[in-house]
Write a protein that binds this ligand. Structure first.
Ligand SMILES: C[S@@+](CC[C@H](N)C(=O)[O-])C[C@H]1O[C@@H](n2cnc3c(N)ncnc32)[C@H](O)[C@@H]1O
Length: 245
């Protein structure tokens, strides 16, 4: 069971997304749980504002530290009520460490996470000081952290036991073993002049497995050679490397 606490000014958007599909099923099956916390609840003025102009001038508004930190503390209290210790605090920001499957695997081990979604120009540095890790979805800028938080929820939740119907798919898929996944085909055998590779129709499981290992390796070599840097190649991979180059 992973428990997620999402600090967001769009709680309904986040909750609605997580109520659908596999995440919805995982929540109903108590395999994951989700609580949203709106920092506006912790605004201290009558307009319930949580942002203000930046000191030193400049464009945009900055999220104030008080409501964000109090929202994180609300998550701590909710988790304590479940008997858990302080959730890992993750700030979603384009300045964070780019998300990888290795980070996803490490975070999926944690029992609880507080995901803090920024908006506007970002968050006051004193709120940043209160988080454990800063994660970026990639080198581009979103309007807010919600999509990044949802990406992190999907990526970690699918590793939680029981969430996926077929746990083997997690072991075989792209990035699980440092390679992209092999190509997939389903019916029909021929589609607009393109046919399924004969080997997949052969019923020879050993040949199919070898073909898939080779395709995964060559696909990675062509599309993402950076993933192969530092990889200790097997004998068969060394052979395919010579063929592929
Ligand atoms: C418009 S962005 C602010 C960007 C900020 N001014 C900067 O240059 O770093 C608003 C919020 O969107 C979220 N965000 C934007 N891009 C992101 C990314 N690549 N990964 C994760 N979160 C992102 C963050 O929570 C951020 O606080």
């Amino acid at each position: 069971m992973i428990r997620y606490y999402v600090v967001t000014v769009f709680p309904e958007l986040v909750a609605r997304f997580c109520d659908e599909g596999l995440l919805g099923r995982a929540q109903r099956g108590s395999l994951v749980s989700l609580a949203t916390i709106n920092p506006r609840e912790f605004a201290h003025d009558k307009h319930r504002s949580i942002d203000d102009t930046p000191y030193g001038g400049g464009s945009g508004m900055v999220m104030q530290p008080g409501p964000l930190v109090e929202a994180m503390e609300r998550a701590d209290a909710l988790e304590a009520a479940q008997g858990g210790s302080r959730p890992t605090r993750v700030l979603l920001t384009p300045q964070g460490e780019p998300l990888t499957q290795a980070i996803v695997r490490a975070l999926a081990e944690r029992p609880a996470m507080t995901l803090v979604c920024g908006r506007y120009e970002g968050v006051d540095e004193r709120a940043r000081a209160e988080v454990d890790v800063e994660i970026s979805l990639g080198d581009f800028v979103l309007m807010g952290g919600e999509i990044a938080a949802l990406a992190l929820i999907e990526a970690t939740a699918r590793l939680a036991p029981g969430v996926l119907g077929n746990p083997e798919s997690v072991e075989e898929e792209s990035h699980a073993r440092g390679l992209l996944e092999y190509p997939h085909y389903t019916r029909p055998v021929e589609f607009r002049g393109r046919t399924v590779p004969d080997v997949l129709l052969s019923g020879d499981h050993a040949r199919i497995a070898r073909w898939r290992r080779r395709e995964a390796f060559l696909r990675t070599l062509r599309r993402r050679p950076d993933l192969l840097q530092g990889r200790e190649l097997s004998d068969e991979e060394r052979g395919w490397l010579e063929e592929g180059t």
